[in-house]
Design a binder for this molecule. Structure first.
Ligand SMILES: [Zn+2]
Length: 440
């Protein structure tokens, strides 16, 4: 018997979800060949800050155990399916495909995988790793796809991971509005949340994409069992051609890495950084809110963009002296703005006291007095009392925000962002695979 790991990537696809569809079709084909799947198909999200990326920046991996003489047939199926999908439906798709044979995944591939989630990996680096470990590479047009293909193979998701069941439409319905029973989605959400997550946000359904891609809906959750059960609660008013349960790094924060200080922040990293607010938050055109933080090594701008909605209110209430932990992708400096952390969340570690200054009250009639000029005291306009108090009074006022973690609403989450339902959760690799995990 041989262990074969198959990785592929959708780097240049205009429709982020379609490579999962090719994967679902390959699963069906391979099933009929009697291969043994040793893991669920993996849906791996790569660094969301890479500049030349597609919407989802996803890569996929299938791990199978087969008789040695089936190996060539399997590779043929994979290559043919991907070529056909790429040529017919999505002419801009430019996938890379990688095959790795062996029971254990080499450390070099695991390392590459982590790097593709948190940093920038060059094609040269990926090709070098492929050569070192003896992985077989196929590219259709552009070699960039090999990065994700190898990264998917290198992702074992040995610790934290989540699941997503993806259902697909029949081709006749592509591009038409998706027909699902909304009440059944609400019911599914209230029954299965928080073991499923990001289903609905403020009355808005998040399980359906909006583009012309083949996906009908996807439900994310902690286990394969729960996403399967949730899927069975959703009433679809249109036919479902197929579905597959993927194991994934979505919702795990795997892209984020702790940096010690501001001087270590680099463009395109996704960072966790502690600092102190050092300026008043500013709202800039477009409704984005910018706040600057500092540490002993420097200062950096942090941005809460308009789509993060009410999250911006939290940022607006920050004041100099607040200690915060920021989480987010790093946008390189341009002529318009300096190096900036795009906030995915913020933890307020320590709030500074907030004082307000006000004119003293008249001791005779109680009305607010007005200043007679610098160091000249205050006067009551109502009763004429003059006061020898020369300074405004100060009062500490309660802060409208607290020392806790704040997240934008789920609709503004990145695929990799750990949602509030998953705080403190880290699922472990299951002993056995849940059945059924795909149809047909
Ligand atoms: Zn008065």
């Amino acid at each position: 018997m041989t262990f074969l790991h198959i990785g592929f990537d959708d780097t240049d696809s205009p429709l982020g979800g379609c490579t999962t569809y090719l994967c679902a079709k390959i699963v069906e084909k391979l099933s009929s060949l009697n291969v043994t799947f040793i893991d669920y198909p993996l849906l791996i999200r790569l660094n969301p800050n890479v500049p030349f990326r597609t919407r989802g920046n996803a890569a996929l991996c299938l791990r199978i155990k087969i008789k040695k003489d089936l190996e060539e047939a399997v590779k043929q199926i994979v290559l043919e399916e991907i070529k056909r999908g790429a040529n017919l439906s999505f002419r801009n798709t430019n996938p890379g495909i990688a095959f790795y044979e062996g029971e254990k995944i080499p450390p070099a591939l695991k390392k590459l995988s982590i790097k593709t989630m948190q940093d920038i990996v060059t094609v040269k680096e990926a090709l070098k790793t492929a050569k070192t470990v003896g992985a077989e590479i196929h590219t259709l047009k552009n070699t960039r796809g090999v990065i994700g293909a190898l990264a998917a193979i290198g992702s074992l998701l040995e610790n934290d991971h989540t699941y997503e069941i993806l259902t697909y439409r029949v081709p006749e319905n592509y591009g038409k509005p998706r027909k699902l029973d909304f009440a059944s989605i609400k019911n599914m959400n209230s029954t299965t949340s928080p073991n499923t997550f990001c289903n609905i946000d403020d009355g808005r359904v998040l399980i359906t994409p909006h583009g012309p891609d083949p996906i009908l809906y996807g439900i994310r959750g902690e286990t394969a069992e729960i996403v399967y059960a949730a899927h069975n609660m959703v009433i679809s008013l249109e036919p479902i051609e197929r579905w597959v349960i993927f194991r994934s790094n979505q919702g795990t924060d795997m892209h984020l890495r702790l940096v010690q200080n501001i001087s270590q922040v680099r463009p395109y990293f996704s960072v966790i950084l502690d600092g102190e607010v050092c300026g008043k938050p500013k709202t800039i055109p477009g409704g984005h809110v910018i706040v600057q933080i500092k540490d002993s090594t420097g200062k950096i701008d942090c941005a809460a963009y308009e789509p993060t909605g009410p999250f911006r209110e939290v940022i607006k209430h920050l004041i100099p002296g607040d200690r915060v932990r920021v989480y987010g992708g790093v946008r390189p400096a341009s002529s318009l703005h300096p190096l900036t952390i795009n906030l995915e969340k913020i933890e307020i570690l320590k709030l500074a006291p907030l004082f307000i200054k006000f004119n003293p009250k008249c001791t005779k009639c109680g009305k607010s007095m007005t200043s007679m000029g610098k160091n000249k005291g205050f006067k009551c306009k109502k009763c004429g009392l003059k006061s020898s108090i020369f300074e405004k009074s100060t009062l500490e006022v309660p802060r409208p925000i607290s020392e806790k973690l704040y997240l934008p609403p789920p609709r503004a989450h990145r695929h990799l962002t750990r949602p509030k339902e998953r705080i403190g959760k880290a699922s472990k690799k299951p002993e056995t695979m849940f059945i059924p995990w795909h149809y047909p």
